[in-house]
Write a protein that binds this ligand. Structure first.
Ligand code: NI
Length: 194
């Protein structure tokens, strides 16, 4: 396995639609998956998509550690083991949207408040060529939407509706303080890079 260079916002590979994978069990795909995992883990990411390592193919992976999982009662409150998806498809369930903070390995140093569909159904091929299908909500649904957007050439700032909520990580503590002052919410999950 190898650490791969991460493409940053502005690189053309992040703006083009990625190509479908013809054979998910191909040795080159297996190698790509291993390299993506090593790169994601090294960067402490919650997820990564192949275009982020300069490979324009429809491959994503994501995991949710218990520390990053949603609030108690959400689908993902126990975390989620590594999921690798090839040629994934996402469909919203209902019209409800929710906002939360996101980061991206391709947009280093920034955080943004991003509206996403609250609940989705997604499916995709696993590396063994079988299909996985899930209905999810919460942070799990957010990470999947973020990663699959990468396959369509979309970065999270393009999903934002209020660019005053695009902030540097080094100033994020001010956001946390403002939110804590405005509500009795006892905290929010750390925005995860994905
Ligand atoms: Ni990202």
């Amino acid at each position: 396995m190898a650490l791969l260079k991460i493409a940053k916002m502005g690189h053309p590979v992040l703006r083009r639609p990625a190509d479908p994978v013809a054979d998910p069990t191909d040795a080159a795909v297996r190698r790509l998956i291993g390299d993506m995992y090593e790169t994601m883990a090294d960067a402490n990411g919650a997820g990564i998509a192949a275009p982020q390592v300069h490979v324009p193919l429809r491959v994503v992976m994501f995991q949710i550690t218990p520390a990053r999982a949603g609030r108690a009662g959400e689908d993902d409150d126990a975390g989620l083991p590594l999921t690798i998806l090839i040629n994934p498809e996402v469909r919203p369930l209902g019209d409800a949207m929710v906002e939360d903070w996101e980061g991206c390995l391709s947009v280093p140093g920034l955080r943004g408040l991003v509206p996403r569909h609250d609940r989705i159904r997604y499916r995709g091929l696993l590396p063994d060529g079988t299909w996985l299908e899930r209905e999810v909500g919460g942070f799990h649904a957010r990470v999947v939407q973020h990663e699959c957007d990468h396959l369509d050439g979309i970065l999270y700032p393009q999903r934002m509706t209020d660019l005053s909520k695009l902030v540097f990580e080094s100033e994020f503590r001010h956001v946390v303080a403002e939110m804590a002052a405005g509500t009795d919410d006892d905290g929010m999950p750390e925005a995860a890079n994905a």
